[in-house]
Design a protein around this ligand. Structure first.
Ligand code: AMP
Ligand code: GLY
Length: 420
């Protein structure tokens, strides 16, 4: 069994670490991978979005299963291309990945099938969008670029001026390129946010343990939005009653809706939810594992990950019992000072052993490289430090104990992960 995992972040490191527990796997390749991943997999320098080069490599190496982890290769059709070359792929085809690739598609799907979400309008014309926010006198309001925008395409506008600025920057100035030529303007929802990742083979949905991201750069949810500064799992707010309700009102209806549209979804479907007073509502779908949610969810998975992935690919998920460990996990992200704006890389990281790990925690590398036997910083988010313990409080404490043993110049991390 030879596996190719596409991507280079902490999420990919978590997927690879979990897969590598399965001793029947002969070899794991990561493309492009990173410094920490290189301790478990052979890293190959192919860009995650380079479909022809990736397929050529997979064919040449006789890959049995490709795990397509990031959003952009999925939206571009990496899974389709692998299948066309006779290689199994874990991850949705292009026509299903659109559930993340176009927010307008996702919103229309939810409206058509009665899946609870924020009220919205879609615009292709900048002046019409500006007119709409001028007329609606209800703030904050949410302005979203339709397409992929590296997690930065959502602006919460506190007043008309901010909303107009967001719309013009996306539609006139093209800050997100083609992704912003269409915008969705959406009602602002309040409530606790919960992420639920689910395995689905398009017939059966098996949710993973819930999790909660911390998206802002600074303590107290202040500062800019980032790719995620830390996570905990499970979310204490996501009760068994809510889980049941989400299954009936959101998860199964979404998978069924995709089937009805002729876009069966197979892979990991990510539900970004807000628990409002009226009940749970969808704020976003992702067509993949979340980052850094995966860094707290997969350490709690007891069942072999390869077995689950094969059940998804073979549409046999109904027959598989997926078991989860008791206890809780917390992940604290250590970032380069200045992230998510300007930052400097190339600093040596101290406190890591030869395999890039530290005692008592699992260190998931996001932006690192290995040079001359040392780990160096190589990105905005550098490491995700995860601990698993019987309770959430202990998991948070252990994760921070781990963080304090690791250092690099200008390291920044939040000190309040899991506090709310
Ligand atoms: P997204 O890129 O869709 O995950 O959105 C980024 C963040 O914006 C989410 O995690 C929420 O915190 C926030 N957000 C998105 N849509 C809404 C909404 N309709 N109401 C309130 N917050 C939202
Ligand atoms: N943590 C949010 C995401 O993966 O999109």
């Amino acid at each position: 069994m030879k596996i190719l995992v596409i991507g280079s972040g902490g999420r990919e490191h978590a997927v690879i670490r979990k897969l590598s527990e399965n001793k029947t796997i002969e070899k794991i390749y990561a493309a492009p991978g990173n410094g920490g991943i290189s301790a478990l997999a052979e890293c190959v320098s192919i860009k995650a979005t380079d479909i022809p080069a990736m397929v050529e490599f997979a064919v040449e190496k006789g890959i049995d299963l490709t795990v397509v982890t990031p959003d952009d290769p999925l939206v571009l059709g990496m899974a389709d291309a692998m299948e066309a070359a006779g290689i199994r792929a874990f991850g949705p085809r292009k026509n299903a990945a659109i559930i993340e690739g176009s927010k307008a598609f996702a919103k229309d799907l939810m409206k058509k099938y009665g899946i609870p979400t924020a009220r919205y309008e879609t615009f292709d014309d900048c002046e019409k969008a500006v007119d709409y926010v001028r007329r609606q006198d209800c703030y904050p309001t949410v302005v979203k670029a339709d397409g992929l925008a590296l997690g930065k395409g959502v602006i919460i506008a506190e007043d008309f001026d901010a909303a107009e600025k967001a719309i013009r920057s996306m539609m006139e100035e093209g800050v997100f390129g083609k992704s912003g030529s269409r915008v969705v303007i959406e009602e602002f929802l309040t409530g606790k946010e919960v992420s639920v990742l689910a395995f689905t083979d398009s017939h059966t949905v098996k949710p993973m343990v819930s999790s909660m991201d911390h998206k802002r750069a600074l303590d107290g949810d202040r500062g800019l939005n980032t790719g995620g500064m830390g996570t905990i799992a499970p979310s204490p707010y996501y009760t068994p009653e809510l889980a049941q309700r989400c299954m009936e009102e959101i998860f199964l209806p979404t998978v069924e809706a995709m089937n009805r549209e002729g876009r069966p979804f197979k892979g990991c479907l990510y539900f970004g939810l807000i628990l409002t007073e009226e009940g749970p509502k969808v704020i976003e779908y992702n067509c993949r594992f979340g980052d850094p949610e995966t860094q707290v969810v997969l350490p709690l998975l007891e069942t072999d990950l390869l077995t689950v992935m094969e059940a998804v690919c073979g549409e046999k998920l109904a027959e598989l019992e997926i078991r989860w460990k008791k206890g809780a996990a917390a992940c604290v992200v250590m970032a380069s000072g200045g992230y998510p704006q300007k930052y400097t890389t190339g600093f040596p990281i101290s406190g890591l052993d030869e395999k890039g790990d530290a005692p008592g925690v699992m260190v998931y590398h996001a932006g690192t490289k290995k040079e001359g036997g040392r780990y160096l910083t190589a990105g905005g988010r550098v490491l995700g430090v995860t601990a698993v313990e019987p309770t959430l409080k202990e998991a948070v404490e252990s994760a921070y104990l781990g963080v304090r043993t690791i250092s690099f110049q200008s390291a920044h991390y939040r000190t309040d992960i899991g506090q709310k």
